[in-house]
Design a protein around this ligand. Structure first.
Ligand code: NAP
Length: 585
């Protein structure tokens, strides 16, 4: 791999032609990876563990921040009062984690987080720009790494490289072999991948390990799709017009794919874009989320190690508006695959009217628990799936509708399980619930709790901080039009609501603008099938939390939740055009 650099300043001001209402709606739009939380200070402003000269590639192990011991946590029981915002945002409790870090700052491999300095991948070169984006831990704001910052110039260069790559197409067996090799390399480096995810996204290690394993599966499935990508035979003699002709379709790559990914699954959702694109024979320009570019760049390293020729994968990190504008406006981009918030996604689609724009967006995930369900099983699955990664999954359980006759029994089983979840340092293998991605997001969720309680809702559990972290929160009696009932919370919060008839439960589940996944727990097959038919969602789970996803599934939403299906078999179809061939015999 060659190393090059471009002039500083290429990444200019962030002029968002598409702005970010999602952040506006949820909190401080200025909060970003380059604007650390003022109230939670990193131990140092420098990149710990890195030498002065840029390290080419690979992750550098550094001294690690050790978390506060569990005994230092303030534990509270359910039915406690919400801590007022003035208490949260004003005088803070001292951050014991920082004090502890200074005392116990020694090298431990097993507990090491990683810091890295990474360049952009453009046309097979690792490129420096003279400007850097800092990646900070959402947990304690310590510096995780630095990434070369791209702007419009680098994005155009990336498109040039992607265009050049596609002039020399790779055969299906070559593409499949590379994908298989990436899967193998990723499996070998699964622990490192999980630590990278955990460090930059603040995702608890348990969940980060699952994500790393799933990314291996995504590459494996994409390799299968590369091998079986084919068109269809057309039955020409089925009409008089076709008699004497033979016809079939070819699946041809659509062209350059621009991929934009969110922070919450920084490895596997990148894999869900770049692996099918390669399977389809498309080159890619990827813009990962600014908070979490390191996992994407790790994947890029593995793809090049697996033998990917230059230009097939290009990664640019930097201001979303500036990079997004180039990707929207450049005619060489034939498809934009976007995963993120609904507001940003739909506006991108409006602006890129002549491109295929595939959107995987948010949800306000509902689940119905019928009185005939196995309540133990439902309580156990829903407690885990409402709060994993602090609710920052697009299909995190948010609205639980319980048949009235089983409401109290369900809560008796559900609330103790929620309260047993471990809240803490995401690097700790025992942690279930870690931080939200930014302090502004945490404060937004707190304000939504305040909004609901001021209108009659009751907090059954949580609703307060544990140190700096928001405890898993269960809310009853939330009004239907409260934000916690009608918008995507994207935090560790769910509502519980009794219902009387299945009609009513389905209507409540369908009552938001979202439609990604929903679920029902019942032992009655008729109720299950009725819910499957009548829930207006891209996917319906029965006796499983709607947070469930396996990577070969067709996954995507209806209504405001999106317009496409991911999963390699489905994404490959989106990333190819069908070309008809007619032969006169
Ligand atoms: P986001 O704020 O919409 O950002 C997603 C990506 O879009 C990031 O890379 C972001 O870059 C980029 N972006 C922002 N503004 C842009 C613009 N004007 N032009 C081009 N790109 C732009 O979403 P997020 O907070 O990262 O992710 C959370 C959301 O994603 C939630 O709503 C969640 O439900 C949804 N999600 C959906 C799925 C699914 O499969 N349906 C999966 C995961 C997440 P910066 O980071 O640089 O701002």
């Amino acid at each position: 791999m060659r190393e090059t650099s471009t002039s500083p300043g290429a990444a200019s001001d962030e002029m968002a032609l598409v702005d970010k209402p999602y952040r506006d709606a949820r909190g401080d739009p200025t909060a970003s990876s380059t604007a650390p939380m003022s109230s939670i200070r990193a131990s140092s402003g420098t990149l710990r563990g890195l030498s002065e000269s840029p390290v080419p590639q690979g992750l550098n192990t550094i001294n690690r921040t050790l978390s506060a011991s569990r005994s230092e946590k303030v534990r509270t029981n359910g039915l406690s009062k919400i801590v007022k915002r003035s208490q949260i945002c004003g005088a803070r409790v001292p951050n014991v984690r920082n004090v502890h870090r200074e005392k116990v700052s020694h090298y431990t491999h097993a507990m090491a987080t990683t810091a890295s300095e990474r360049k952009l991948l453009i046309g097979g070169d690792w490129v420096e720009t003279g400007e850097w984006l800092e990646v900070r831990s959402p947990y304690d704001r310590s510096l995780i790494g630095r990434v070369a910052k791209a702007g419009a110039g680098e994005t155009r260069r990336a498109l040039d490289a992607a265009e050049a790559a596609m002039r020399d197409p790779m055969l299906a067996h070559e593409r499949a072999a590379i994908l298989d090799r990436v899967a193998a390399l990723l499996a070998e480096r699964s622990d490192e991948a999980a630590r990278t995810i955990s460090a930059e996204a603040g995702k608890p290690m348990k969940a980060a390990r699952v994500e790393a394993t799933r990314a291996v599966s995504t590459y494996t499935m994409a390799a299968v799709e590369a091998r079986r990508l084919a068109g269809d035979a057309v039955p020409m003699d089925a009409s008089p017009a076709g008699v004497g002709k033979l016809a079939f379709t070819l699946r041809v790559p659509i062209g350059i794919v621009a991929a934009i990914s969110p922070f919450n699954f920084p490895l596997n959702l990148v894999a869900h874009k770049i692996a099918p694109a390669l399977a389809a024979g498309c080159s890619v320009v990827l813009k990962p989320a600014s908070q979490t570019p390191l996992s994407a760049l790790l994947l890029a390293e593995l793809e090049t190690e697996a033998g990917l020729p230059p230009g097939w994968l290009n990664i640019v990190c930097g201001p979303a508006g500036e990079i997004g504008d180039v990707l929207v406006e450049d005619e060489r981009v034939k498809l934009i695959t976007f995963t993120g918030s609904s507001s940003v996604g739909w506006r991108l689609r409006e602006r890129a009217a002549r491109k295929r724009v595939n959107l995987e967006l948010g949800n306000a995930t509902p689940v119905i628990v019928a009185a005939d369900a196995d309540l133990e099983d439902a309580a156990s699955r829903l407690a885990a799936n409402a709060f994993s990664f602090a609710g920052q999954s697009c299909i995190s359980v948010q609205r639980i509708y319980v048949e009235r006759g089983a409401y109290e029994s369900f809560l008796e089983r559900y609330l103790p399980r929620v309260e047993a979840l471990e809240v803490g340092d995401p690097a700790d293998e025992g942690t279930d619930v870690g931080p939200l991605i930014a302090e502004s997001e945490r404060d937004r969720v707190l304000s939504w709790i305040d909004d609901a309680t001021s209108r009659g809702a009751r907090v059954l559990s949580g609703g307060e901080l544990d140190g700096e972290l928001l405890r898993p929160t269960v809310i009853a009696d939330a009004p239907r039009d409260a934000k916690v009932s009608s918008e995507e919370v994207f935090g560790p919060l769910c509502t519980v609501t009794p219902y009387d008839t299945l009609d009513e439960a389905i209507a409540l589940a369908n009552s938001t603008r979202y439609g990604l996944q929903a679920g029902i727990f019942t032992s009655d097959v008729k109720s299950a099938l009725r819910a499957a038919r009548e829930l207006e969602f891209g996917g319906v789970t029965v006796n499983e939390a709607p947070t469930f996803r396996a990577d070969q599934m067709p996954y995507g939403g209806v209504k405001d939740s999106g317009n496409t299906r991911e999963g390699p078999a489905y994404a490959v179809r989106e990333m190819t055009d069908e070309r008809l061939v007619v032969l006169q015999l």
